[in-house]
Design a protein around this ligand. Structure first.
Ligand code: DI6
Ligand code: FE
Length: 401
């Protein structure tokens, strides 16, 4: 069924259980949450949806993905299994640049079709808002193509999409040895043009030894600041570059990966109200052993989000619940932290806290009914999809009551 043909969720949703185990009900009027509370205080309604005791959570938010790209990179998976590191594969001409070739060759319709199938997996598991980055085009024409596909995905599937311009993801082959020239192009031509076309909700940079330096990152942040666009950063994934502290100074929405984040970085993020986005799928795929500083982030009160980082190189993951499971098992998050990580804190990492990540009066109706007894089961099972139904943008978009 297409999203437009899916039934309205308006009416009173009864016989639900909230995350704290309490019985609850939700009233939806004109696609928005009009009331929520204890069932015996529920307002009268002619339409009723019987949740049959289902656990209910806010719609999930996947706050860091590279969902739109051509091809796949299973060959690199094999190379890494044979002992090559991610950096070695990248330096040998594979890595991001090989996805750039395939993305440039693909038409907008090809990219839409392949990304739609991937998006469908995430939506079926309860995702109601998603961030989609560019960064596999690396020229105005091809970055535009990726971002246009991201916008089309949101419209076609009835899901909130936040687009992030990641022109500074890798150096395109035609700029080999001319990193500064490419950074100038990103800042002076690509970003202003794509912003003028309404395609950029945020700006990101891959700040890393194999990507862009701290100075280049700051140049991109300045260009974003001039245009009033919020920034975020791929920070300290493979080494400590000091990127997180820089990003926090620019009021970044989030710093993502952060396996090598220092205590100064943690403190800067706390001071800047920047969300820490944890990406256990990439950590797992790269067989990383350097854990992000979870205890320090927790102690400093930095909100932690958890995301798929879906991309063809380091995280070919299409399950946000699996990421919650890995965040607990690999990173030692508690279950409530993991659940907040894929809902409330993920919404905040996208600047969407007023409309997503919670079930609150006035927000668009985005919530998920689960065939589970206990909230801990959300992070406990993996490899199954315990969804009864998903209410997305005020419609019963997946499953049925
Ligand atoms: N960090 C990542 O995890 C992805 N990009 C980035 O900057 C990986 C992208 C890729 O290998 O294609
Ligand atoms: Fe990423």
């Amino acid at each position: 069924m297409t999203f437009d043909a899916s039934p309205s969720a308006d009416g009173l949703w009864t016989n639900l259980r909230s995350l704290d185990g309490q019985p609850c009900a939700i009233a939806v009027v004109d696609g928005r949450i009009a009331w929520t509370g204890a069932p015996d205080a529920a307002p009268a309604h002619t339409t009723r949806h019987d949740g049959q005791g289902a656990l209910v959570t806010p719609g999930l938010v996947d706050c860091h993905t590279h969902l739109v790209y051509g091809g796949q990179r299973a060959n690199e998976f094999a190379m890494r299994l044979a002992g090559a590191t991610y950096e070695e594969v990248a330096r040998a001409g594979g890595g991001i640049v090989s996805s750039v070739r395939a993305t440039r060759e693909a038409s907008e319709d090809d990219l839409f079709t392949s990304a739609s199938a991937r998006l469908q997996s995430l939506l079926a598991e309860g995702v109601c808002a998603i961030e989609i980055k560019s960064g596999y085009g690396l020229s105005l024409e091809h970055e535009r193509k990726q971002l246009r596909v991201a916008r089309r995905l949101g419209e076609a599937h009835g899901v909130t999409v936040r687009t992030t311009f990641l022109g500074a993801h890798a150096l395109p082959p035609e700029y080999a040895g001319r990193s500064q020239d490419y950074t100038d192009l990103v800042c002076r031509e690509m970003l202003p043009a794509l912003h003028a076309e309404g395609l950029v909700d945020a700006v990101d940079v891959f700040c890393e030894r194999i990507a862009f330096s701290l100075a280049e990152t700051e140049q991109v942040f300045q260009a974003a600041q001039v245009l009033g666009i919020p920034v975020k950063l791929h920070a300290e994934q493979l080494s400590d570059m000091g990127g997180a502290a820089l990003a926090a100074r620019y009021g970044a929405l989030s710093c993502d990966h952060i396996e090598h984040l220092s205590q100064e970085g943690v403190d800067a993020m706390a001071a800047g109200c920047t969300v820490a986005v944890l990406l256990p799928g990439a950590y797992y795929t790269l067989r990383d052993t350097h854990l992000p500083p979870i205890a320090a982030l927790r102690a400093a009160g930095v909100p932690m989000a958890v995301s798929t980082d879906h991309n063809p190189g380091t995280s070919p993951a299409l399950s946000l619940l699996l990421m919650a499971n890995m965040a607990c098992t690999l990173f030692r998050l508690t279950v409530p932290e993991a659940i907040a990580g894929i809902t409330t804190h993920a919404a905040r990492a996208l600047g969407l806290q007023a409309t997503h990540g919670a079930i609150a009066v006035g927000m668009p109706a985005n919530f998920v009914l689960w065939t589970l007894q206990d909230a801990a089961e959300l992070a406990y099972w993996f490899g199954q999809r315990p969804v009864r139904c998903v209410v997305r943008q005020g419609r019963i978009a997946e499953g049925a009551v």
